[in-house]
Every structure is written in C-alpha cells, then in structure tokens.
Design a protein around this ligand. Sequence first.
Ligand SMILES: NC(=O)c1ccc[n+]([C@@H]2O[C@H](COP(=O)([O-])OP(=O)(O)OC[C@H]3O[C@@H](n4cnc5c(N)ncnc54)[C@H](OP(=O)(O)O)[C@@H]3O)[C@@H](O)[C@H]2O)c1
Length: 253
Amino acid sequence: MSIGQRRLGRTGLKVSEVSLGTMAFGRWIDQKASADVLDTALESGITLIDTADVYGSGMDKGNPLETGESETILGNLLGARRHQIVLATKVHGRVGLGPNDAGQSRYHIQRAVENSLKRLQTDYIDLYQVHRFDEETPLEETLRALDDLVRQGKVRYIGASNYAAWQIAKAHGISAQLRLERFESVQPEYSIIARGIEQELVPFAVSEGVGVIVYSPLGRGLLTGKYSYGGQPPAGTRGAAGEAAPDTVRTGT
Ligand SMILES: NC(=O)c1ccc[n+]([C@@H]2O[C@H](COP(=O)([O-])OP(=O)(O)OC[C@H]3O[C@@H](n4cnc5c(N)ncnc54)[C@H](OP(=O)(O)O)[C@@H]3O)[C@@H](O)[C@H]2O)c1
C-alpha cells in the first residue's frame, strides 16, 4: 500500500493520508515495542504522528500523575526523524491533582505545553489540539492562549478533538473577530459503527476547509472480529477492561 500526502484542511501543511495514533505507547506496550511500531509506520510512509499529554499508564489506573508516557517514548525514539514528521499532541485531560491541572484555561495551557515540549524533546509542536470541549473556560481565553503559542513559535497549527460542528463554528467566529489563529483540524471518532460525524461535522469541515483526522477506525477493537454479539468480551481486550464502546453500539442505533 502506498500512503499518499494531502493538505490538512485549507492549510499548506502536508500530512500523510494515514496517521499513527500512539495511545498505546507506555500504556499497553513498552518503549521497545513502541519503537517497532514507530519504525514500521515511518517506513510505510506515515508522517502524521498523534499523541496526547494524558496518554500513559495512568489512564487505566485512574491516576492523573502517571500521564505523558506516550510523549516521553516518542521523544526518546524520534531523534533526527522529528523534523521529517508532523507531530500532533493534545491538551485538556487531567495531568495532576491540582484544580488547574486540566482543561483549557490560559493557566493550564501554558504549563501543559511546556511539559509536552520537554517530554517530546522538541521546541515546537506541529499540531496542538484541545482534546475535547471545555465548558468551564471561555473560548476567547483558550484561543488567545493558543494564539500566543503560535506567535511564540512553540506551536504551528491548532486543532480541536471531539468538538461538535457548532463548537468549531463558534470558535471560528471568535478567531475571525479577534484575529486569532483558528482551529484548522478536528479529530473525531469515525468507523462503520460510529458514523455520527457524517451528518454535521464532515459537511461543515468540507465547507470551511477544516482537516478531519479520525480516530478509532476499528471501533476500539470491536471491528476486529474478536467480539461476539451478546457474549463476554475476550480476556485481555479493551472491552474486558471496561472501555466504553462507541455511541452507536451502546445505544444500538
Ligand atoms: N482524540 C481522542 O479523544 C481519541 C480517542 C481515542 C483514540 N484516539 C487516537 O486514535 C488512535 C487509535 O485509536 P484506537 O486504538 O481506539 O483505534 P482502533 O484501531 O479503533 O482500535 C485499536 C484496537 O483494535 C484491536 N486491534 C488492532 N489491530 C488488531 C489485530 N491485528 N488483531 C486483533 N485486534 C486488533 C486492539 O484491541 P485490544 O487492545 O482490545 O486487543 C487495539 O487496541 C489512538 O492511538 C489515539 O492516537 C484519539
């Protein structure tokens, strides 16, 4: 299979048509196995690598102090290859016990980006994404904080994950009004069992030139054939570990 390149939405940034998600790095697989995955991905032509500050073993233990291992492993492994890829990470999830150790306040974003840069062993992030919508922080505050990071050269493009079309449209309105960077990409879940984005988000993204980077194309494992309808999830799977199924499966729609 040859993996092509395309523009991320309306931007001039070229990204591979297939990306590598690294949620498993440091959580389900160690650095050695992660190295094999990363090498195989890069050799196959993948240049878009996605991580998040919360990806790590703490996700399964409910321990916000054990986060960031995916970024740390990527930082250890990339070396000079860092400049040949598009490195995407995210901010929002809880990474500490303090009241400001999560979310999209200016306070948290400024601290979180420094920690991600350190773990990734780089001085810039190509695509910095807010991980989900933050109902407790004004979008103006988040967008200004992200815009500052672009001006400072710490971040090149900004994106949003798990946002509804109206939430990105609202953010775009604020960016236009205040002359701030706008979200150039969205990262939603999409597979044959999670098709919700086809109704609003994808038409919106096409209309506005927003790049769409989908996650969980195998329905978090449900589409691999290892699960049976009505049966218990097989041992060792994410289903057995209690990970929620996509909305369409949960609701039966
Ligand atoms: N933005 C967000 O909120 C968000 C959320 C989730 C994911 N993501 C991104 O999307 C990436 C991919 O997500 P995902 O891991 O949920 O994707 P996925 O491809 O839908 O699910 C991967 C799962 O499928 C199963 N699987 C994969 N290959 C298999 C094979 N050859 N044989 C048997 N089973 C196989 C494994 O399940 P078992 O481990 O159960 O065996 C594996 O964990 C993440 O790494 C992350 O970067 C983003």
